[in-house]
Design a protein around this ligand. Structure first.
Ligand code: AHR
Length: 502
């Protein structure tokens, strides 16, 4: 049976904010050390940044880069990462039971973001610190000069302020695992007071309040409502975090993970708008999906129980090696974000290098692309513009977790300058090709420029150090055609597809 969609620019979701293609660098495992930063590596630049990694990060097309955590931030003193490297203290990192050398800090991060062509997105510690330290960081980073803190930055070699606009007010404060975990009431008050004070320095900062660490949290939705009741007028975004993995061999449900992601987004929108309605506010809170990915979290948790960590420097942690199946689910998560581009205005793929990441490296060795690299790079490149409303009709399959789910998951983005349209589509069937027909209305496209497919005869195939290019996208066969206003194609089983119409 055929899946059918209609594409018509008269029916659009909204414009994609480039920040939807953000990512995340946390002091965790080897994301920073031997990931983005490795002085002495043959490819390191004068600042110790790996240029081979930077090249891949630019190819990936990431925009906002969130830093320095994650759970790490809740025990972090930002001052430790400033000033001469040899004076910086070694500290315990409670979140990941590692030793933090602080050789990489704020200046190195800002340098990395600039070289990567991204935008900084800085988290403040609201776990073990508070309003005063957030203000001090903001003043150090952003004030031009003439005060002790801004002059300290200048003395550290940064004459120009860093101009950080986007700030996260803590991280996952609803999670009992978070150092300095708080109730919704406690956090809501702290977020409000921090936001109010940060706006006293600069009314134009953009602030993200912590939402829930997942839709599965027992406090989900009540948390958002309570926090926003305190800080609705003071913040711009509420955060969402979600990770997906295949559990108990239930691949059908895993392939439908975006069903959960979309319902999470829609439930957070409903909660935000409910608070807005109660406050009789015209303002709308947007969503910062600032941690999302496929993550084999239960494997990590089992391992952490066996070996809780020995305070190593930059240990190998969370180094998931992604399969083709993982990349198809990952692509579907990107589709879910794009389908809600009107309200999801920031999203960060967690994380960027080595730690649940699209890029892997070896210390002293090469850097290479995981399977998940490709859907992200293609979506960031071709998913800019206006998202068209896509309501797939057609075959469904039964899942243990989500009931009946469509085999097709899709979205389409129109480049408003050129009129080109890119369809992003996933076939969730593990065995059957899926015929797709898209009726085009009011679009000035005449031909198929490209149909790129990520699929493999072996759905477990991965890119490894030994075989770093085992999986790459390939061009679809002859069968993708645009004629008489209808796009016709057949999607391979278990595939991620990018169809560009120009
Ligand atoms: O991205 C890994 C961890 O996942 C982050 O530190 C934390 O915020 C989340 O639980």
């Amino acid at each position: 049976r055929t899946a059918r969609i209609t594409l018509d620019p008269a029916f659009a979701v909204g414009d994609v904010n480039p920040r939807l293609f953000g990512s995340f660098v946390e002091h965790l495992g080897r994301c920073v050390y031997t990931g983005v930063y490795e002085p002495g590596h043959p490819a390191a630049d004068e600042a110790g940044l790996r240029t081979d990694v930077l090249e891949l990060v630019r190819e990936l097309g990431v925009t906002a880069i969130r830093y320095p955590g994650g759970n790490f931030v809740s025990g972090y003193k930002w001052e430790d990462g400033t000033g001469p490297a040899e004076d910086r203290p070694r500290r315990l990192d409670l979140a990941w039971r590692s030793t933090e050398t602080n050789r990489f800090g704020l200046a190195e991060y800002i340098d990395f973001v600039a070289k990567a062509g991204g935008e900084p997105m800085m988290a403040v510690n609201l776990g073990t610190r508070g309003v005063a330290e957030a203000l001090e960081l903001q003043e150090y980073a952003n004030h031009p000069g003439g005060t002790e803190l801004s002059e300290r930055r200048i003395a550290h070699g940064a004459k120009d302020p860093y101009g950080i606009r986007l700030w996260c007010l803590g991280n996952e404060m609803d999670g009992p695992w978070q150092t300095g975990h708080k109730t919704a009431e406690e956090y809501g008050r702290l977020a409000a007071e921090t936001a109010r004070a940060m706006r006293q320095i600069d009314p134009d900062v953009e602030l993200v309040a912590c939402g829930s660490s997942g839709q599965y949290m027992p406090t989900f939705a009540a948390w958002e409502a309570t926090v926003l009741a305190e800080c609705y007028d003071l913040v711009d975004h509420i955060s969402l975090h979600a990770y997906y993995e295949e559990k108990d061999g239930d691949r059908g449900s895993f392939l439908a993970s975006a069903v959960d992601m979309e319902s999470f987004i829609e439930n957070v929108i409903a909660t935000c708008d409910h608070v807005g309605a109660r406050l009789k506010s015209k303002k709308r809170i947007n969503l910062s999906f600032d941690e999302w990915n496929v993550w084999y979290l239960s494997r990590f948790q089992e391992e952490a129980e066996r070996n809780p960590g020995t305070w190593e420097e930059a240990p190998r942690l969370l180094e998931d090696n992604y399969s083709v199946t993982d990349a198809v689910v990952f692509g579907s998560l990107l589709i879910a974000l794009l389908r809600h581009a009107d309200r999801v205005t920031v999203a960060c793929l967690a994380q960027l290098v080595n730690v649940i990441a699209p890029i892997l490296t070896e210390p002293g060795g090469p850097a290479w692309r995981q399977t998940t690299f490709f859907p992200f790079a293609q979506a960031s490149r071709y998913g800019r513009g206006r998202v068209l409303t896509v309501n797939p009709a057609g075959p469904v399959y039964e899942t243990a977790r989500y009931g009946e789910v469509p085999l097709l998951h899709a979205t389409a983005v129109q480049d408003e300058e050129t009129g080109a349209v890119t369809v992003f589509a996933v076939n969730r069937s593990q065995t059957e090709p899926l015929p797709l027909e898209a009726a085009l209305h009011g679009l000035s496209v005449g031909r198929v420029a490209e149909h790129s497919v990520l699929a493999d005869a072996d759905p477990e195939a991965r890119n490894t150090l030994a075989e770093p290019e085992r999986v790459t996208p390939h061009a679809a066969g002859e069968g993708t055609e645009l004629a008489d206003g209808v796009l016709r194609t057949v999607l391979e089983p278990l595939s991620w597809n990018v169809i560009r119409l120009v």
